[in-house]
Design a protein around this ligand. Structure first.
Ligand code: FVT
Length: 333
């Protein structure tokens, strides 16, 4: 830790380095670049269609052909990764979540299509059962209980199907115990030793996910809440235990989610482990900025940029954000 030594006033005048843009630039500690961005996108079935998500202005569900175009655009902008979230046909949702590991489910089809058309962009996928679960939960439900070990077996099958489809980064967002180790072992055994795991390690049971659930059609499906597996927003030490555990089980990268309300966790995680650390600026955060911006209550673009540099300041190596293409265009100038 640096130990800041400052001479007393007037020898020290903190305003000296704020006097011009040039001096402010020289003294700037953190920088946001396009390389820091992961773009989450919503995929739906069909062809040549886009359905706007009302609670996320500027965001739409895209059919696979449009997702491929989005990936091409992202790659051209220099965005390193795109993250897929499927809007699953309710008819495909079951108690056993079998569609989750179907070779040709929507997410796997989108992964294949992107990797065929834009091979250099990294494709990240979501490993959790909620898009395929009739109960809307991330794990399998038996008699009203989310059963851990059976869910992990299902998640491993899902992870293998995603790796088979060509995913570069798997994002287990389910918060079951033991899933990272089980996935890592299975990936090694199946010859997918180079597939990275970005663990949603410190994922809080948050009300900020509301618009996302609208986007993937999960709002109506969820029975109860996710408090028996996601974190209590009041906890901080627990995040370190979870991150440490996931790294020890073979995660390559770790995530804190949501983002802005949990910057203290980002900083603690980065300081404690020094691992590649990401934050997810979630749908509710996006909606708040867009909503207030639309009212003219804040300057949307400035708040967007300020919110993203805050993640860098808190120690994050990158950010999952729905703003990714807009930011990339802005950074490009
Ligand atoms: N597993 C992915 C999410 O829960 C996303 C949350 C959001 O953007 O609100």
């Amino acid at each position: 830790m640096p130990n800041p030594i400052t001479a007393p006033f007037p020898a020290t005048r903190m305003r000296r380095l704020k006097r011009s843009a040039a001096l402010r630039g020289l003294a700037q500690e953190n920088v946001l670049t396009v390389q820091d961005l992961i773009w989450p996108v919503f995929v739906m079935d069909g062809e040549d269609a886009q359905t706007p998500v009302p609670s996320m202005p500027g965001v739409a569900r895209l059919t696979v052909d449009h997702v491929v175009e989005a990936a091409r655009e992202a790659h051209d902008l220099g965005i390193p990764a795109i993250c897929l979230f499927p809007y699953t046909d309710p008819k495909l949702k079951t108690q056993g979540c079998e569609e989750a590991w179907s070779r040709d489910n929507l997410s796997n089809r989108a992964t294949r299509a992107i990797k065929a058309a834009v091979p250099d962009i990294a494709v990240m996928t979501d490993v959790a059962l909620d898009p395929y679960n009739i109960n809307g939960h991330d794990g399998i439900v038996r008699d009203g209980v989310i059963v851990n070990d059976e869910s992990v077996e299902a998640l491993v099958k899902m992870a293998l199907a995603q790796a088979e489809a060509g995913a570069d980064i798997l994002g287990p967002s389910d918060m079951m115990d033991g899933r990272i180790g089980a996935m890592r072992t299975a990936l090694e055994a199946a010859g997918h030793q180079d597939v990275a795991i970005l663990s949603y390690a410190a994922k809080y049971a948050s009300a900020f996910y509301g618009p996302f659930r609208d986007a993937v059609g999960a709002s109506g499906a969820l029975v109860g809440d996710k408090k028996t597996y996601q974190m209590n927003p009041a906890n901080s030490d627990e995040a370190l235990r979870l991150v440490g555990r996931d790294l020890a089980e073979g995660a390559d990268m770790v995530m804190v989610k949501p983002g802005l309300p949990y910057l203290d966790i980002c900083r603690r995680v980065k300081d404690q482990f020094g691992a590649p650390t990401y934050a997810y600026q979630v749908s509710g955060e996006y909606a708040m900025i867009m909503g207030a911006g639309a009212q003219g209550w804040i300057n949307e673009e400035q708040v967007m940029m300020e919110s993203l540099i805050a993640f860098k300041r808190a120690g994050c190596d990158g950010i999952l954000t729905y703003f990714a293409p807009r930011v990339a265009r802005l950074l490009r100038g």
